[in-house]
Design a protein around this ligand. Sequence first.
Ligand code: WQD
Length: 339
Amino acid sequence: MRILVTGGAGYIGSHTVVALLERGHDVVVADDFSNARPAVLDRVAELAGRRAALEVVDLTDAGRTDAVVAAAAPDAVVHFAGRKAVGESAERPLDYYRTNLDSTFSLLAAMERHGVRRLVYSSSATVYGDHAPVPYVETYEPLAAASPYGRTKVMTEQVLADVAAATPGLRVALLRYFNPVGAHPSGRMGEDPQGVPNNLMPYVAQVAVGRRERLAIFGDDYDTPDGTCLRDYVHVLDLAEGHVAALEHLDTMATPVRAFNLGAGRGTSVRELFDAFCAVVGRPLPHEVVARRPGDLPAYWADTTRAAEELGWRARRTIDDMVADTWRWQQANPEGYPA
Ligand code: WQD
């Protein structure tokens, strides 16, 4: 198949593009490089043995997006492109709503015009909000989110459901990621956040490589086994394989629009992840416990039944795989991808 991958130069997008190329699919990446470096696509080509085509496009430009979809004439679209920093979204809500929603509106209009009826959408466990029972199950209602970023995910899922209901033949998989971490085992691709990392794993990696002074653990007085928060960390290669599985099952899904949790199905604490990283590095890393970060939930993880039964997908890689692959990437690329 020919797959259009929006945000294909991003962290999860690039690892998914490698997986798609390796399986013989042709790929067109649509990216504006607002949060990724072009060098990523050279690494994709190096690892996959062939290049993805590239369209540089801001998807909020409906006309340009239509031209890209017309030229690519894809069999399916994987839609990663969007802004994803929770904290930043509270500071710049209009930017998040415009970017994340307008880009999806442009894409859906272009798909409609050009008869593209297969979509895999990058959603997030954040749509479950603050009150869902753990483990999170895809049938939970009502969806709600605690940040403008999360609300763009809830809204987009609702838009996709409505558009699919009005578009015979449109099939949409909503992939709800838990905590994506890790890197390609080659050490040639990985997470390269611009600026100070918001997320735990890249921050620890930058402490380990000497770019950051110490890890601040946001609270160790939660009602959890070691007092730090539990999250469902899932290796980015497992996530990439989950996207391939979703693409391959779009036509046989039980409903035209269907959500799937992509998680490991277990909770790992901040301290457990940090200690695993120290073990891989072979020395203790500087850290301090500070105040809780507002908005953090104590513990959540995925119920993984639906993805296993309907997509034949399970996360296979361990926490030790995640930290070892992250460390190999960070050591080999202390400053991330070349500019
Ligand atoms: C994990 C744990 C922190 C940094 C976020 C988004 C979610 C999704 C994944 C997009 C928490 C602790 C972190 C640090 C720390 N993104 N921590 N010190 O918050 O679970 O999820 O990323 O879809 O929408 O909310 O991930 O990595 O930020 O935090 O102690 O410097 O690590 O308190 O307990 P989170 P995270």
